[in-house]
Design a protein around this ligand. Structure first.
Ligand code: KIV
Ligand code: ZN
Length: 500
């Protein structure tokens, strides 16, 4: 039986971008839109043109920049909104207007001070008006999650009759339980007489952590478009994550659903969006979190070494990562230790492994994570000379009206080096000084700073990913001085380079 096609409607640049502090400029939005195109999304919701001149300009420029996906612009059920959306979409090769109105009694009564019949009339006339300009019109029933199913079906039937090609069923407040949302979609499939003329779309928010579960319930009950965002960004707790839905479809073949997503590009697009939006991805985020493929428990590491399928339901390469990796901690077992030693080309017999394991556990109790350098020291070998970089001193000047500058002293394999450099901030200056000493082509791929408590005297924890020779290395640093923590994180990553 041939698989059913699920259309991926990405709203990273509209619902996702509404998040305070995550705004992108037009150039950045074009970058994201092109990445979404290469990822294989079917529809890009590029903005809400009437909301601001910036949103209008972004829809215009994205329309010019992409050719395969449908470009979609949001509007309310108002002629001036629709006119602006039509104008903004003029360069799109394939275009869609997404118009709609609140249909729950909460919205009808408190937002519009109106009645169900009036709302139905406004919905129909907005669709008819949009239809004068574009063939593809999607209608959203805002707060459909809390809308009475019988009224929702009336609205859906009326807007499809007026020409809507897609009916969007947003759980705007993230309130529904998966079975309720699934039943809502099923109700529409069974009670809207002209449903065969339109596609039903899910649009789930994550306020109760149920966005992906609700989306899947929608799909299994007949929805064939999903509205999603990279990393699940969006209003409040966010939208359904694109990467989660795409990988669920890939892992669960029994659903018999296909998407056009090239999943191997997921990780790169996730990082691009996170960097541009200044929105870190939580480490334990499904699919794209830093720890999503990191195994730290001894039992799991042992199982993985015997057969990856014991603890891995998907291949990290399928999302664009090299391979699963083990974090050596106090919970790691002998099997993982032996495996890592082998990777470091250290062969040990069982007796020696036992001794090293004891020493390893003592060290792991003190340090959270045991690095390759620590291991080599434990086995009594001097780590590869160039891999031991230590900071001797770091002095930075920065402030208002001052060109940030750093003086750095490092010991690299027992040899002392010093360098000075400027940068566009103190961290950049410190890294530039490091690059004068370590002359490798290195690219900072991820940089996140977290405070552990909340005070200004707090320890800053820095996570970095540094790319070198096509591989990405992870580094961590922690210090009350965030410039020092950042440099430590960078050096931690450099210390792991295969070739220095
Ligand atoms: O959550 C929502 O209801 C929306 C609509 C505007 C589609 O984002
Ligand atoms: Zn939304």
């Amino acid at each position: 039986m041939s698989a059913n096609r699920l259309y991926i409607f990405d709203t990273t640049l509209r619902d996702g971008e509404q998040v305070p502090g995550c705004q992108l400029n037009t150039v950045e939005k074009i970058q994201v839109a092109q990445a979404l195109e290469s990822l294989g999304v079917d529809v890009i919701e590029a903005g809400f043109p009437i909301s601001s001149p910036g949103d209008y300009a972004s829809v215009v420029e994205i329309s010019k920049a992409v050719k395969n996906p449908i470009v979609c612009a949001l509007s309310r059920c108002r002629q001036e909104d629709i006119d602006m959306a039509v104008e903004a979409l003029k360069y799109a090769k394939q275009k869609r207007i997404h118009t709609g109105i609140g249909t729950s009694d909460y919205h009808i009564k408190y937002k519009f001070n109106s009645t169900r019949d009036e709302i139905l009339e406004r919905a129909v006339s907005a669709v008819k008006y949009a239809k004068k300009f574009v063939e593809d019109v999607e209608f959203y029933c805002e707060d459909a999650g809390r809308t009475d199913n019988e009224f929702l079906a009336r609205v859906a039937e009326a807007v499809i009759k007026a020409g809507a090609t897609v009916v969007n069923v947003p759980d705007t407040t993230g309130y529904c339980l998966p079975y309720e949302y699934g039943e809502k979609i099923k109700y529409l499939v069974e009670h809207v007489s002209n449903i065969d003329k339109a596609i039903l779309s899910t649009h789930c928010h994550n306020d109760l952590g149920l966005a992906t579960a609700n989306t899947i319930a929608g799909i299994t009950n007949g929805a064939r478009q999903v509205e999603v965002a990279i990393n699940g960004v969006g209003e409040r707790a966010g939208n359904t994550s694109l990467e989660e839905v795409a990988m669920i479809m890939k892992c669960h073949k029994s659903l018999n659903i296909e998407t056009n997503i090239n999943t191997q590009k997921i990780y790169a697009v996730s990082r691009m969006v996170s960097n541009l939006m200044n929105m870190p991805v939580q480490p334990n985020k499904a699919i794209v979190g830093r720890n999503a493929f990191a195994h730290s428990s001894g039992i799991h590491q042992d199982g993985m070494l015997k057969n990856m399928q014991t603890y891995e339901i998907m291949n990290p390469q399928d999302v664009g990562l090299d391979e699963a990796y083990f974090v050596l901690t106090a919970r790691s077992g002998r099997a993982a230790l032996k495996h890592r030693l082998k990777e470091l080309e250290v062969e040990v017999n069982e007796e020696r492994l036992e001794q090293i394991y004891e020493a390893f556990l003592k060290l792991a109790d003190q340090k959270k994570e045991v690095s390759d350098g620590d291991l080599l020291l434990l086995v009594g070998m001097k780590p590869d000379a160039m891999r031991r970089i230590k900071i001797d001193f770091l002095k930075v000047t920065s402030g208002v009206g001052v060109q940030p500058e750093a003086s750095l002293g490092l010991t690299v394999a027992d040899e002392k080096f010093e360098a000075k450099a400027e940068g566009n901030g103190p961290v950049d200056a410190a890294i530039n000084a490091l690059k004068k000493i370590i002359k490798k082509k290195m690219i900072l791929r991820e940089f996140t700073i977290q405070s552990i408590n909340k005070g200004s005297n707090d320890v800053g924890k820095v996570h970095m990913q540094v790319e070198c020779d096509g591989a990405v290395y992870y580094g961590m640093g922690a210090n009350t001085d965030i410039v020092v923590a950042s440099l430590e994180a960078y050096i931690d990553a450099v210390n792991k380079f295969k070739n220095l």
